[in-house]
Design a protein around this ligand. Structure first.
Ligand SMILES: C[S@@+](CC[C@H](N)C(=O)[O-])C[C@H]1O[C@@H](n2cnc3c(N)ncnc32)[C@H](O)[C@@H]1O
Length: 227
């Protein structure tokens, strides 16, 4: 995504320490102390302008939400949405997802959301896709053993690639749909800014949930005991 640099955005970000802690690494493994509670942690990777994560935060005050975003020009819009809604259960990490392990400890996260991640269609750019197995290995370490990753995309190629990468990393796939808005998972779906644009153009949305491999192992043991 090409963004025009807006003067003063970086400085503006520093004026929201409660929403954009610039010392986030210090809270790795200790986000409970930041929020003052031990509520579950849900993280959107590549949060963009933040409609999805701020709406969820408003709907679910007993979950602590994180929006992770590299580009300040879009992130500032998400931060302003959270401020307008007076949310106290949300934090934005202004970082590269590559470095996510500097901000969360192993098994600190309950759920990751990947919404309309950049598809990087060229094969030589495959490692940049946020569902590349190198990224999935990181998410897997940070997820609780009963944690999940929820993915939505308009891009068939990225969806197919992601399903294969999840399978390669032994995630257990469920709730797969090739047309979210005409599926049983449509109810309660919160749209992102990109999603709203694609839906308006009549495009179909792909969606799936990938469970941590520990769940697969537990289910396998259960089945073994039953047989
Ligand atoms: C196509 S946009 C989708 C935004 C939003 N999730 C939505 O659905 O409206 C992808 C977003 O991911 C962010 N992003 C991509 N790679 C990233 C990375 N490595 N670290 C942090 N943010 C990243 C981009 O800056 C961009 O805002």
């Amino acid at each position: 995504m090409r963004l025009r640099r807006q003067p003063g955005v970086r400085e503006a970000m520093a004026t929201y320490p409660g929403l954009v802690p610039l010392n986030g690494e210090e809270y790795k493994g200790k986000w409970q102390t930041f929020f003052g509670n031990s509520n579950p942690i849900h993280v959107e990777l590549g949060t963009g302008k933040g409609n999805f994560i701020t709406t969820l935060a408003e709907q679910n005050p007993h979950i602590n939400y994180f929006g992770v975003e590299l580009h300040e020009e879009v992130l500032i819009k998400a931060v302003k949405k959270a401020e307008a809604k007076k949310l106290t259960n949300i934090v934005f990490l202004w970082i590269n997802i590559q470095d996510i392990e500097n901000y969360f400890a192993p098994e600190e996260v309950d759920k990751f959301y990947l919404n309309f991640s950049d598809p990087w269609p060229k094969k030589r750019h495959a490692r940049r896709r946020l569902t590349n197995s190198e990224f999935l290995v990181k998410y897997k370490r940070l997820l609780k053993p009963d944690g999940v990753i929820q993915l939505k995309t308009d891009n068939e190629g990225l969806f197919e690639y992601s399903l294969n990468q999840f399978a390669q990393e032994l995630f257990l796939l469920k709730e797969i749909t090739f047309d979210l808005h005409n599926s049983e998972y449509a109810e309660g779906n919160v749209m992102t800014e990109y999603e709203a644009k694609f839906v308006e153009r009549g495009m179909k949305i792909y969606r799936c949930v990938a469970e941590h491999p520990a769940r697969l192992a537990a289910k396998f043991e259960e089945q073994k005991e039953r047989s």
